[in-house]
Ligand binder design. Structure first.
Ligand code: CMP
Length: 139
């Protein structure tokens, strides 16, 4: 069990002015920020990041949305980070997310759901490495 996860604050939450309160929530929930930046994915890079969903019907929509505006990318550290963070953000579909979760509070829809959280330790490492070099993170 690793103690790090990777997250993005997605373009909808950025556009709606929720980035600050979401980062504040990460800190208040006990996550240490070990890497953080604002960036924007090209369609090519978004396609690469979500390659695992290539055959899904929503892939084109997902790539277009994720490259539509700025995002915040971050690596967060806490005990049992991947599972704990997925609980904090709530279900993928905000209509199904528990009260008080980040998606329940700030997500727009199933496709535009405010935040990403890695689904495994292996993917947390791959996704963190996709965005951050060694110099851009705390060791
Ligand atoms: P996330 O789990 O961060 O990464 C994959 C994303 O695909 C997911 O968030 C949703 O935003 C999106 N997604 C999943 N299912 C659908 C769907 N049925 N329609 C549109 N987008 C979806």
């Amino acid at each position: 069990m690793s103690n790090r996860t990777f997250t993005m604050i997605k373009p909808d939450a950025m556009k709606n002015g929720h980035a600050g309160v979401i980062i504040d929530r990460f800190i208040k929930e006990g996550y240490k920020i070990v890497a953080l930046k604002v960036t924007q994915l090209s369609a090519d890079k978004a396609g690469e990041f979500y390659a695992v969903h290539k055959e899904r019907p929503f892939y084109g929509e997902l790539v277009a949305f994720m490259s539509s505006g700025p995002i915040v990318a971050a690596i967060l550290e806490k005990e049992n980070a991947v599972a704990a963070f997925r609980e904090l953000i709530g279900a993928t579909d905000p209509a199904k997310a528990a009260e008080g979760t980040i998606r329940k509070l700030y997500a727009t829809s199933l496709g535009e759901n405010a935040v990403h959280g890695s689904d495994s330790d292996e993917n947390a490492k791959i996704e963190g490495d996709f965005f951050f070099s060694g110099l851009e993170r705390v060791h």
